[in-house]
Design a protein around this ligand. Structure first.
Ligand code: ZN
Length: 236
């Protein structure tokens, strides 16, 4: 298995079962897997509803109990992935106008490019704060989220960073699954990043704190923040 499958530039890193199964118990089942594909949902998440890239989950309303393994790489303000080579020695943000790697026809533009993991975090927050999403687990591919979700971006809306939510810090790098050429999945080797698992609870109760820690403490250290994130019902 190539390490390239596990780079944050790739969309193809499927959630490892060892972190999905505690989440399934924690949320009492999943309703929606909004950044997925048929093989990942069928084999690993098994939510009754999923959105793949063609279904454009970034621009749809979400609902219920959500497992979110966001895409990596850079996306624009429409959630379109901008895959591009990294040029060492250049500070410039990757742009498909140079590489043409995003697959859109010549002449298009990408506005407000940011990390897809960050943009999808704020999309999840938007659905959670509105009450459409009841509870969720967000699987963060690397620890950059702790820094970058403190910064504003096109869809941040003043929503809180991952630091305000219950988090598990796995004590080893997670082995994400990869698709095989035969349409199967296999566990990856040589994981490249330390990861985080963030819980958006249905209630900020002692019971939820105990359930979270009981289910995820075998994966790694769990932190339940003292501040409570108060949901406000969105106007629309
Ligand atoms: Zn493009």
């Amino acid at each position: 298995v190539s390490n390239a499958h596990h780079s944050s530039e790739s969309n193809e890193h499927f959630s490892p079962s060892k972190v999905v199964e505690p989440g399934r118990i924690l949320l009492r089942g999943f309703d929606l897997d909004p950044a997925s594909c048929e093989v990942a949902n069928t084999r690993l998440i098994r939510a009754p509803h999923y959105f793949d890239r063609a279904m454009d989950g970034f621009n749809r309303p979400w609902f219920g109990k959500v497992w979110l393994n966001p895409p990596g790489g850079i996306c624009d303000n429409l959630g379109r992935l901008v895959l591009a080579e990294r040029k060492t020695g250049k500070k410039k943000r990757p742009s498909c106008k140079v590489s043409g790697a995003c697959g859109l026809p010549p002449g298009h533009e990408h506005k407000q490019q940011t990390s897809a993991a960050k943009a999808w975090w704020f999309k999840l927050l938007h659905e959670y704060m509105s009450g459409r999403v009841l509870s969720a687990v967000y699987l963060g591919f690397n620890l950059e989220l702790q820094q970058t979700t403190q910064q504003r971006c096109f869809n941040s809306n003043g929503y809180p960073s991952v630091l305000h939510f219950p988090t598990c810090y796995p004590d080893t790098r997670l082995r994400f699954f990869c698709p095989t050429p035969e349409g199967d999945i296999e566990e990856g080797t040589q994981p490249t990043h330390a990861n985080i698992i963030v819980y958006l609870p249905p209630q900020w109760s002692v019971l939820e704190s105990q359930r979270f820690k009981a289910l995820y403490e075998e994966i790694g250290h769990c932190v339940w923040p003292s501040d409570v994130v108060r949901r406000v019902q969105a106007a629309a």
